[in-house]
Design a protein around this ligand. Structure first.
Ligand code: CO
Ligand code: CO
Length: 323
């Protein structure tokens, strides 16, 4: 679902009010955070989706990296995970499910966490994901709500996975492009999160289904700031531009663009830039706000990190602006 629809569906429900609930749904954050003691809080999240690549092992690995990412986006350390499966048992052999679960388990083990169970239903369309539980120190949570004017914005993975996955399903990617896409989507955000916390970061999210601008907007609104994105500095996965020109796109990009448009100053950008920056990502990188010295230190330690913009005071201006 698009972010606007989700907000509308949740609006009539009463908000949770409990002093132990450190991060709830108000800030559009990646995971809920619940305080257990002064130095320990629980991080909980869930995500699942239909296959975006044909290979079942790779799908499992990508889905798990994506689910683990929401714990990393809160500054947390994953501990346990539960599988969630919708499986078309009349259409696919059980060996496919085994390979999906093997891919998921390998990613969870790489994260230093354990699979502790799960739940499976018969479904017309295959779906897989995980609910991940982690821990974080209550004083070191990475929230959407703590970007400050003067911070630089860092992105830790290139974007374009929505466009490329669509092209890949049509057989339109080279072997190298396909490998680069898989490598990016299956890479854990563990190092990026650890370094961000070590450098004193307070604000981060991961870039997934709402696209770079959709997730940037969540930070801008929760922090009441303007995020200025230097669009030419945003890194793209290999082949993204060619796939876009060839007409590959997703329904999610249109929904994302509708969601962000009213709150965005698009500057002099054209439709191609808008399509790239609203492309829904699977298992994307972290978007982190850090003061300039820490941002510089971060980029020196995380090889894939790129500064893509900065945070300014909003006043009555737009939440997002493209430079
Ligand atoms: Co997230
Ligand atoms: Co999420």
């Amino acid at each position: 679902m698009g972010p606007g629809d989700l907000s509308a569906a949740l609006a009539p429900l009463p908000r949770e009010s409990d002093p132990r609930l450190l991060v709830g749904r108000e800030t559009f954050d990646d995971a809920g955070v619940f305080r257990l003691s002064d130095d320990l809080a629980l991080v909980q999240t869930v995500d699942f989706f239909a296959p975006i690549v044909d290979d079942p092992y790779r799908f499992g690995r990508i889905a798990a990296a994506n689910s683990l990412s929401d714990v990393y986006a809160m500054g947390g350390e994953p501990l346990t995970a539960m599988n969630i499966v919708g499986f078309p048992d009349k259409v696919l052999p059980l060996s496919v499910l085994t390979e999906i679960l093997r891919g998921g388990q390998d990613a969870v083990h790489e994260a230093g966490a354990r699979i502790v169970g799960g739940h499976t239903v018969i479904d017309e369309e295959l779906k897989y994901g995980l609910s991940v539980t982690g821990r974080v120190h209550p004083d070191r949570i990475l929230s959407n709500a703590r970007a400050r004017a003067g911070d630089l914005l860092i992105l830790t993975k290139p974007i374009g996975s929505g466009i490329l996955a669509t092209a890949g399903k049509a057989g339109a990617l080279s072997a190298d492009q396909d490998e680069a896409l898989y490598h990016a989507m299956s890479a854990l955000n563990a190092d990026a999160a650890r370094v961000a916390v070590e450098l004193g970061a307070r604000c981060a999210t991961d870039v997934t289904g709402f696209g770079l601008l959709g997730h940037a907007l969540h930070i801008a609104r929760a922090s009441d700031a303007t995020l200025r994105i230097a669009h030419a500095d945003v890194p793209l996965l290999p082949g993204t531009r060619e796939a876009l020109v060839a007409g590959f796109t997703t329904g999610g990009a249109k929904r994302n663009a509708d969601f962000v448009s009213a709150l965005t100053d698009w500057g002099d950008t054209g439709p191609d830039v808008r399509a790239l920056l609203t492309d829904p990502q699977t298992s994307g990188g972290l978007l982190i706000a850090l003061p300039p010295p820490a941002a510089k230190a971060f980029c020196a330690r995380v090889a894939t990190a790129v500064v893509i913009g900065r945070v300014t005071a909003r006043g009555s201006g737009p939440h997002l602006a493209l430079d």
